[in-house]
Ligand binder design. Structure first.
Ligand SMILES: [Zn+2]
Length: 357
């Protein structure tokens, strides 16, 4: 399977935070041949371990979950209201198509409705909608119709766009945040399958990042790693109308290294060593401009007695909206960097130690 095919499989899988079963199954199937041990922890994190020569452990983290919604209310006319799961931009939502996963395991389709512009007041036309005002049209004319479809309060849904190639390595799909990171971890596991590793390496595909870094916290506690790297899909903003100084990362500039975001300030020594690994392997990289966003590393680094952690990200445009784009070259280079970091983990671990001079 090519890297693009792998990303397509991951992107197309359903996995709203708290409902990660389908994406977890797909990842488990893919990583099975490359792991010595696979466990699913009590919260649903998938932890795949490659045993290394040393007692020390490296945790590679990517979150499996994606933003979505829960059915919140069904009115008498058969329209549904939704509660957001994760950080949506409400401006991007009206008129998109959704898939609802019912309790019996069936998929139902729907549309986020919107009044046509002809009948809006000037004021309505100018203002962004609120999520609580959005309504879902599932083709029902009564609450009974909705019940007949098997849809109930609490069912998860998301906006679904199938993966597609655009042009010359540019691809589009949903949930590249963080299925891009999942693809990087899987590619790393595949690439390192035949090599002996120094550090025991745990590929942690975690739940619930979008609702507060939940799975990463318990996974880090269980693994108790000596070093961690979170791999994310992050805020590509090289697009019209955005000043360069407000573009956290750009496409085709290589993996983005985090100096600081809202959840972590990465150790300067650790970061310098990652830069050195990138330079030695001829891998381009960019800095993610501080201090936008947050990642699982925010939870991991303050777990237990503290875990030195870094963040490497794949630039993705339009994250936290119904769809996203990335360039395959960035995905490949991020995988190359994470491979190199994994192979060079002992020296990275040494660089991460603080000591008095
Ligand atoms: Zn993310």
């Amino acid at each position: 399977m090519s890297l693009a095919e792998l990303l397509a499989t991951l992107s197309d899988a359903f996995g709203v935070s708290g409902f990660e079963d389908e994406i977890r199954e797909r990842i488990a199937e893919t990583i099975k041949p490359y792991a010595d041990e696979i466990v699913v922890d009590p919260l649903g994190n998938l932890l795949a371990t490659r045993r290394g020569r040393s007692e020390k452990t490296l945790m590679l983290d990517a979150h499996m979950d994606e933003i979505g919604f829960l059915v919140k209310w069904v009115d008498e006319a058969g329209y549904l209201r939704v509660a957001p799961i994760g950080g949506w931009d409400p401006r991007t939502l009206p008129t998109h198509r959704v898939v609802i996963h019912t309790r019996p395991g069936e998929v139902r389709h729907g549309v986020i409705g919107a009044a046509p512009p002809h009948i809006l007041t000037e004021e309505q036309r100018k203002s962004a909608p609120k999520i609580e005002d959005l309504f879902l049209d599932v083709g029902a004319t009564s609450a009974e119709d909705v019940a007949d479809l098997g849809i109930r309060i609490g069912d998860p849904l998301t906006i679904h766009y199938p993966f597609a190639e655009l042009r010359d390595g540019y691809v589009t799909g949903k949930a590249f945040d963080d299925r891009a990171g999942c693809a990087v971890l899987l590619e790393t596991a595949r690439h390192l399958a035949e090599r002996d590793l120094d550090l025991t390496t745990v590929f942690a595909f975690v739940i619930g990042e979008e609702v507060g870094l939940r799975g990463a916290r318990t996974a880090a506690h269980r693994i108790a790693p000596d070093l961690a790297v979170a791999v994310e899909g992050t805020i590509g903003a090289d697009m019209p109308g955005i000043k360069a100084e407000n573009q956290p990362v750009r496409l085709r500039k290589g993996p983005a290294l985090t100096v600081a975001d809202r959840t972590i300030i990465v150790s300067r020594a650790l970061l310098a060593h990652i830069e050195e690994i990138a330079a030695r392997n001829d891998i381009p990289y960019q800095y993610k401009l501080p201090a936008y966003g947050g990642t699982d590393a925010g939870a991991i680094h303050i777990t237990g007695g503290g875990i030195p952690s870094a963040v490497v990200s794949v630039p993705c445009r339009y994250v936290h909206s119904p769809t996203s784009t990335l360039h395959m070259e960035d995905l490949e280079n991020t995988a190359r960097l994470v491979c190199a970091i994994t192979e060079d983990a002992p020296s990275l671990l040494a660089a991460a130690q603080h000591s008095l001079s």
